[in-house]
Design a protein around this ligand. Structure first.
Ligand SMILES: [Zn+2]
Length: 268
């Protein structure tokens, strides 16, 4: 009788341990692609945090288009690659991560020119409509449904875009929050400061001029968790293109965002 009880107890304990990630544990996520699907938990610095990562556009809408030699670059593909890299880094730090705009077969890609496709889906596996309002409402609903499930946790929505301006205009990574969101402003400011710190370290000859401002965007207004909208640069500007055409730069941008989120979470 005693032995049986101990066995049952052990079983219960074991299943509890299995249900959350532990340092050193490796899990597989097909969304990151064959070469990157194994993710090992390296720390618990984001344990308890939930992130909703929404890369801009997708499906029938490629977003802004830039010219790069004889190639076309589309906003949605680059925003998505940075988003996947960010997702992986957040999981490594113990966070719960939802990738809201998702492509079943792209994975993390290292190339300079990312092929433009239209097969992105909205979490969990919904076809993305062409109509803009319907598209934004679909991703907002996906986030808000998960938000209710994760109530009580620190939860943040990170939206990643690239801007499109005149050819000659180069812009640094900049951030928007909803006018009424104090926690959004705080997070955006932390992220901006993180970029400032990194530029001072890695590109000391170049002044970082990224900004934080409020904007009454549909997605910022309607998502329930605190949200920040990030613009990575001007997809039409040659100098800005280096920030996302080079995979090491995409990775660095993702790393800095992850570090900024880590700071915001630890100061919560
Ligand atoms: Zn966009």
């Amino acid at each position: 009788m005693m032995i049986l009880r101990a066995g049952v107890l052990l079983c219960i304990l074991f299943s509890a341990i299995q249900s959350f990630a532990q340092i050193g544990q490796t899990r597989e996520y097909d969304i990151f692609g064959a070469e990157n699907k194994k993710v090992t938990i390296l720390s618990e610095s984001l344990k308890g945090a939930a992130f909703y990562l929404v890369s801009g556009h997708g499906g029938p809408d490629p977003g802004a288009i830039g010219k790069y030699g004889r190639y076309q670059l589309s906003e949605d593909e680059y925003a998505y690659d940075v988003t996947l890299r960010l997702a992986r880094k957040l999981i490594e730090k113990g966070a719960l991560v939802y990738i809201i705009t998702r492509d079943p077969n792209d994975g993390i890609r290292d190339g300079a020119v990312l092929k433009i496709d239209k097969d992105e889906k909205c979490y969990p596996n919904l076809t993305i409509p062409l109509n803009q309002t319907a598209r934004l409402s679909q991703r907002t609903k996906a986030v808000n449904t998960l938000y209710r499930k994760n109530r009580g946790r620190y939860q943040r929505v990170i939206m990643i875009h690239l801007d499109s301006r005149s050819l000659g205009e180069n812009i640094d990574v900049f951030f928007y929050h909803h006018p009424k969101s104090k926690s959004g402003k705080r997070l955006a400011t932390r992220l901006k400061n993180k970029f400032k710190e990194k530029y001072a370290k890695f590109q000391p000859n170049r002044k970082y001029s990224g900004t934080v401002s409020s904007r009454n965007l549909y997605v910022l207004r309607n998502t329930k968790p605190t949200a920040v909208f990030i613009e990575l640069g001007n997809i039409r500007n040659t100098r800005d293109q280096r920030r996302f055409v080079l995979k090491d730069n995409r990775d660095a941008v993702a790393k800095w965002i992850a570090e900024g989120l880590e700071e915001d979470f630890s100061a919560r």
